[in-house]
Design a protein around this ligand. Sequence first.
Ligand SMILES: Cc1cc2nc3c(=O)[nH]c(=O)nc-3n(C[C@H](O)[C@H](O)[C@H](O)COP(=O)(O)OP(=O)(O)OC[C@H]3O[C@@H](n4cnc5c(N)ncnc54)[C@H](O)[C@@H]3O)c2cc1C
Length: 479
Amino acid sequence: MLKTSEAYRKSVREQKPIVYIGGKRVEDLFANSTTRSVIDATAKIYDIAFEHEEIMTAYSHLTGEKINRSLHVNRDVEDLKKRAEMALLTSQKIGTCNYRCVGCDAITALASVTWEMDRSLGTHYHERFNEYLQYLQDNDLACTGAMTDAKGDRSKRPLEQEDRDVYLHISERRKDGIVVRGAKVNQSGAIAANETIVIVGQALRKGEEDFAIAFAVPNGSKGITYICQYTPFTAERNEAEDLLELGNPLFGLRETSLMVFEDVFIPWERVFMCGEVEFSRHLVSRFAKIHRMNCGGACKVGFADLIIGATQLLVEYNGIEKIPQVREKITDMIALSETARACTWASAFKGIEEPIGSGVYLPDDMFGNIAKLNIAHGFWEMMKIAGDMAGGLVVTMPSERELKNPETKAYIEKYYKTKVPAYKRMRITKFLQHWIAGQHGPGTWHGAGPVQAQRVMVERLANLEEKKRLAKELAGLKD
Ligand SMILES: Cc1cc2nc3c(=O)[nH]c(=O)nc-3n(C[C@H](O)[C@H](O)[C@H](O)COP(=O)(O)OP(=O)(O)OC[C@H]3O[C@@H](n4cnc5c(N)ncnc54)[C@H](O)[C@@H]3O)c2cc1C
């Protein structure tokens, strides 16, 4: 079933999560301008499903019904391609996180790993997971994904931590389910989701069974507290008289929260891994494999399209679009972004069924990692060029409110006018400021895992022995 954005908004109104932002409790997520931007962005994803059905919808392998692709398990290469297209499209349309993205990739990773666990261990996780998935699909629920633990001292394993709560873990095993304690950090959009799928944050070893968990939890469950990020953009949005003063007026920045689990009860029917440390590595790596293609690759290419488009508009507004070095710099931006786009597509096209027999498809690991690695570096480079082209105004611009102030309006119009009136130049400069003087650089670097994680994977996946053999053969070197 496909739900309308209105039905989604209604579902959020019925939830009663405990949410804090800027040191204060948010009683009504619709009344706070920042939490509202998360609802508006998620609602827009529901709208886009009707506007672009060819990309945004799929047919459930469980029921045959048309569903939102955010709740679909990738069943072939075509699905992987559409999944990446969805990430690209949603980024282009909302210029912020598709808050259903992490949950979507956790679904495919869990479908693959639960199938394998049942086969190896004789458990019933896959059947249980499919029942839960059908519930999500039947109700078209907004589902986020929680993986990143707080982690405490990074040099220590979970059991060595002074406070073991820095890794989400089982605090009690009961007849009817488990009780979990700890927290997940940087949770994109979780405050306004209907559900969160929680998976283990890293590969675990024998003895660390309490940390090897995967489960699903409804928003507003007893014991969960969300503490939202607070940035200069939060303050700016709070203070805005008109949303059009902001860089991304409707959908804002990528909003996350610290999600605290204070002894939260999870019934067995929502538990998809419970102590199977030997499968934790598979869950983490399969999630990373698919998420790097989407969040690491396609999504950021969508953002890059917006940055490049805004930069081109600005150079045209400023009258420098025909100058050769300006065209060269815009071309450099395109080359950076298209390289990541190509790796994203390659990752989807080279996808394979994993494990064989599961019916679940995952993208090519090397190309997915390379897509993320390229865009993490390329994004900073693109922002550098955009900042160069935009001129100092991108960080020195007065408020657009001055255009409504009779005492300053004439000065602003006179001195910020270029080939176009001041308001146009200021609007698109503000849009660019949101990207290049904002938080998307570090966000792109860390989202889907920090760059070092991709380097490790690339080194592991590259067949250096074969490359050495080829070189030696042609150079006439014998061992
Ligand atoms: C905008 C944004 C949205 C996000 N959304 C989500 C989400 O929805 N769900 C979710 O689960 N996560 C989400 N994340 C989390 C993201 O995946 C993590 O931020 C990322 O994995 C890095 O983890 P960390 O922030 O704890 O940094 P750290 O792990 O502390 O890493 C910081 C640096 O330290 C290095 N480092 C850390 N530990 C070691 C070690 N033992 N040895 C050597 N080097 C080390 C890392 O390589 C990195 O360079 C989001 C992040 C961002 C920025």
